[in-house]
Design a protein around this ligand. Structure first.
Ligand code: ZN
Length: 279
């Protein structure tokens, strides 16, 4: 797990500018993700969707990008995160941490799992449309990509094969402080927290308890054991979130080390989840 590589992906994505739904920036981000995966010999599936948005708004075309890193166990663990950015009127919002960090981490995870495949199939899901399109918020507006993913798993009958899902959001902060998210499946949190302890990084997984609606919410609703890893203390101190959804969410707030911490804990966790008895 090379945190510098993950951070470099974020740098590239941020350079495309704002990447809210329908923007040129999100089109370029999508191309960058596909191009990077292809250089690893991977061909992502494009899962198209039309987001209705809040009442009175036009439909917006979105696309999840999904890629499987196969393992022999026959079980699938979804590893997801969003790549869209929030549209913040009047602000050049580039979302280095919010939406950018998940892209960087997932691309580097794809490289690691290509070089050293595990026993479990890891389905990496680059999700579109996590952010709301209007002034409201999720679940009514937002989570478009993850809702589409959950629906597609239901329709295809694949739900049974999915052992678990882990969603990452805002995990690049150089003062990394991931919270225990209260809606998440308890055994998944315990497993990940134990890996953090073994790797000596548990202090970065001891943020305050929080309940957050995010891309794990539709997956939980579909019956998939799901965990959200998020650091919602993104600001100049340990206990404020003042960079969130502002022009302050820039690459200088992130560190390669934070990607390394999260990535190494995830690699250890994914392997164990695949061996866990179903149910
Ligand atoms: Zn956001």
């Amino acid at each position: 797990m090379d945190g510098a590589r993950a951070l470099e992906h974020v740098r590239r994505v941020v350079a495309f500018g704002p990447r809210h739904a329908g923007s040129e920036g999100i089109r370029q981000t999508r191309e960058y993700i596909v191009g990077t995966l292809r250089r690893l010999g991977l061909e992502p599936t494009r899962q198209e969707l039309l987001a209705e948005g809040p009442p009175g708004s036009a439909e917006v075309a979105m696309a999840n990008l999904l890629v499987d890193l196969p393992g022999p166990s026959g079980r699938v663990v979804i590893l997801g995160g969003h790549y869209d950015g929030k549209r913040v009127p009047g602000v050049e919002f580039v979302g280095a941490n919010d939406g950018g960090s998940s892209v960087g981490l997932l691309l580097e995870m794809a490289r690691c799992l290509t070089e050293a495949p595990g026993s479990t199939t890891v389905r990496i899901a680059f999700l579109d449309g996590e952010e709301s399109l209007g002034e409201g918020g999720p679940p009514a507006d937002g989570l478009y990509g993850s809702r589409r993913l959950a629906a597609s798993l239901r329709e295809s009958g694949e739900l049974e094969e999915v052992a678990a899902a882990i969603v990452v959001d805002m995990i690049g902060d150089r003062r990394l402080s991931i919270s225990r998210e209260l809606e998440s499946t308890p055994w998944l949190w315990r497993l990940v927290a134990e890996k953090a302890r073994v790797l000596g990084v548990e202090r970065h997984f001891s943020g305050p308890l929080l309940a957050v609606i995010d891309d794990h919410t539709p997956l939980l609703a579909a019956g998939i054991p799901s965990l959200l890893l998020i650091d919602l203390h993104y600001g100049p101190g340990w206990d404020d979130n003042s960079y969130w959804h502002t022009e302050e969410d820039t690459i200088d707030k992130l560190s390669a080390r934070s990607f390394e911490i999260v990535g190494s804990v995830l690699l250890a966790s994914l392997e164990e989840i695949g061996f866990r008895p179903a149910g």
